[in-house]
Design a protein around this ligand. Structure first.
Ligand code: TEU
Ligand code: CA
Length: 533
């Protein structure tokens, strides 16, 4: 059984904001906290009741805030602590929650801890990072190249699992654990309701066997952070990289006092060699991954995280839907496939208007440190055109372009006469919030109806899931039942299908096209949800 407290989270819907790209309030071309504050009603009206804000702490922005220079201060471009207080107040007064993005695996090399640590072995911060005289193993950085960097100041090598300026913290040092505990407490005291925790499974290292797998003290460190009475009520979602249900149970079983839930990336990766090389992504493969993980998490009484987009991934509709003529249909169909399942739905900014992946013509238009690393690697063997194709396919900038609020020059993200930090989406004049809301086929309104339905029916939040479609079917059908209340969700794939349900239903209350009956012929990407009689 899920802990009572986890049951509450099943009723949440979390809207993810990449603050740099969401809304600029002061015309410097960079999104900020006042920008977020100005859009709180927009998010609430959508039906979300929580906001996850990507890192907004002091940072030199080599990795857009995932390189933290001070965890208890606000990034200059984003505003001040009093803006943050106003944001928390603005959320809470609307009955909404704030989830901050904690980055415990590494800090920016600009952080005071690193600046002190590099000074030498007798410095109080000396052991806050991993220092070695010789490179101890062949670990590579997630952003390409060796994970070890020589620091001439200290005369030793330090570990960076990501960019060179993101030095991995040494959690085996109890002082580091203490620092992180007080950071969590600082934000909890401020009223933050939960955390998304970056690369949570990286904080304990396995130098012993040389393999970069789960470290021996991972669970102790997570419990040290979130298992404490003071913060045990917070919502915590870890960004992990395991697809092993046993690992996931260890993190998320309620009696373990570790995390409320974990992002599982199986359906995002779809077995790809790397994120710049397409594989068998399709509606069908998405369905099969969803069904598999829904079943596994349910069997183990875990709270599941329902997401298909984030700031690291190209938009799902461009990968498995039709982002041209049937953009509205595929965006809404995929929404119903995911968001009416059991778990906590996450919606990434722009997903609610069916924003497709971005496209840039020149490598100079990209900013993402990860894709630029891969570009340099691909350049050695591929033509410029081939490189650009790969980068356009996988770059994180796909999801990081400025949010398109209207059809004006800078899509309403910032003033028309400034240069936003990243170019607006090439289709922003056509696809933006204003146009979507004015259209008869509004993705936003579909999300709104869907979330309203979910939020007002306990069966759609807490109810059991049963899958009716078979693996060979070109559609997805599932039911949600609680007591004598039962709902059915039908999501068709790319071809027209005739679907006869084995039970009588009321007229669908949610549908992306006009539908009078739950059974019958379904157009490509047509979906519906109906109450079972
Ligand atoms: O990403 C963690 C991570 O492991 C990355 O490899 C991620 O999967 C990759 O970017 C996908 O292309 C997290 C954050 O979500 C990411 O934005 C940060 O850059 C990274 O940590 C370092 O903090
Ligand atoms: Ca700004």
């Amino acid at each position: 059984m899920l802990r009572e407290q986890y049951r509450e989270f099943t009723g949440w819907t979390i809207y993810q904001i990449y603050p740099r790209s969401f809304k600029d309030s002061n015309g410097d071309g960079i999104g900020d906290l006042q920008g977020v504050i100005s859009k709180l009603d927009y998010i609430k009206e959508l039906g979300a009741n929580a906001v996850w804000l990507c890192p907004c702490f002091k940072s030199p922005n080599d990795d857009n805030g995932y390189d933290v220079a001070d965890y208890c201060d606000i990034m200059d471009e984003f505003g001040t602590m009093s803006d943050m207080d106003e944001l928390i107040e603005g959320l809470h007064s609307r009955g909404m929650k704030l989830i901050l993005d904690l980055v415990p695996n590494h800090t920016s090399t600009d952080h005071k801890w690193f600046q002190e640590s590099r000074k030498g072995k007798d410095n109080p911060y000396s052991d806050y990072y991993y220092w070695f005289d010789e490179i101890p193993n062949d670990w590579v950085s997630n952003f390409g190249g060796s994970a070890w960097q020589y620091d001439p100041v200290r005369g030793q090598y330090y570990l960076h699992s990501f960019a060179v300026s993101q030095a991995d913290l040494n959690w085996d040092n109890p002082a580091v654990v203490k620092e992180m505990q007080s950071i969590v407490d600082f934000w909890a005291d401020k009223g933050c309701d939960g955390f998304r925790i970056d690369v949570i499974d990286g904080i304990s290292k396995n130098f012993r066997n040389g393999k970069n797998d789960l470290g021996p003290h991972l669970h102790d460190y997570i419990r040290a952070l979130f298992g404490r009475e003071k913060v045990a009520h917070l919502f915590t979602v870890g960004e992990g990289h395991t697809n092993d249900i046993e690992d996931i149970v260890l993190h998320c079983a309620s009696e373990r006092n570790e995390l409320s839930t974990l992002f599982i990336f199986d359906h995002m990766e779809c077995g790809r060699a790397d994120k710049f090389t397409p594989k068998d992504d399709s509606l069908k493969s998405l369905r099969d991954y969803l069904v598999y993980w829904q079943t596994e998490t349910d069997k183990n009484d875990l709270l599941h995280s329902l997401f298909i987009e984030n700031h690291d991934q190209p938009q799902m509709i461009s990968r498995i839907g039709n982002d041209q003529e049937l953009r509205y249909e595929s965006a809404t169909d995929i929404a119903a496939m995911v968001c009416l399942l059991k778990g906590v739905p996450f919606i990434y900014q722009g997903q609610e208007i069916g924003m497709p992946a971005a496209h840039y013509d020149s490598i100079d238009d990209f900013d993402d440190v990860e894709c630029l690393g891969y570009y340099r690697k691909y350049k050695k063997t591929l033509s410029e055109e081939e490189c650009l194709e790969k980068i356009n396919f996988g770059s994180r900038d796909n999801a990081r372009h400025p949010m398109a609020w209207d059809g004006s020059r800078n899509s309403g993200f910032t003033d028309e006469n400034v240069s936003p930090w990243l170019l607006p989406h090439s289709r922003a004049a056509e696809i933006n919030v204003e146009n979507d809301l004015a259209s008869e086929k509004s993705v936003y309104r579909f999300y709104q109806n869907m979330l309203h339905l979910r939020n007002s029916n306990q069966a759609l939040q807490y109810g059991d899931v049963a899958v009716l479609s078979k693996p060979e079917d070109d559609f997805f059908i599932y039911t949600r039942s609680l007591g004598d209340s039962k709902w059915v969700v039908i999501c068709n794939f790319e071809t027209e299908q005739n679907i006869e349900l084995p039970f009588e239903c009321e007229v669908p209350v949610l549908a992306n096209l006009n539908r009078q009956a739950a059974s019958g012929s379904y157009a490509p990407y047509e979906c519906a949800a109906a109450k079972v009689k």
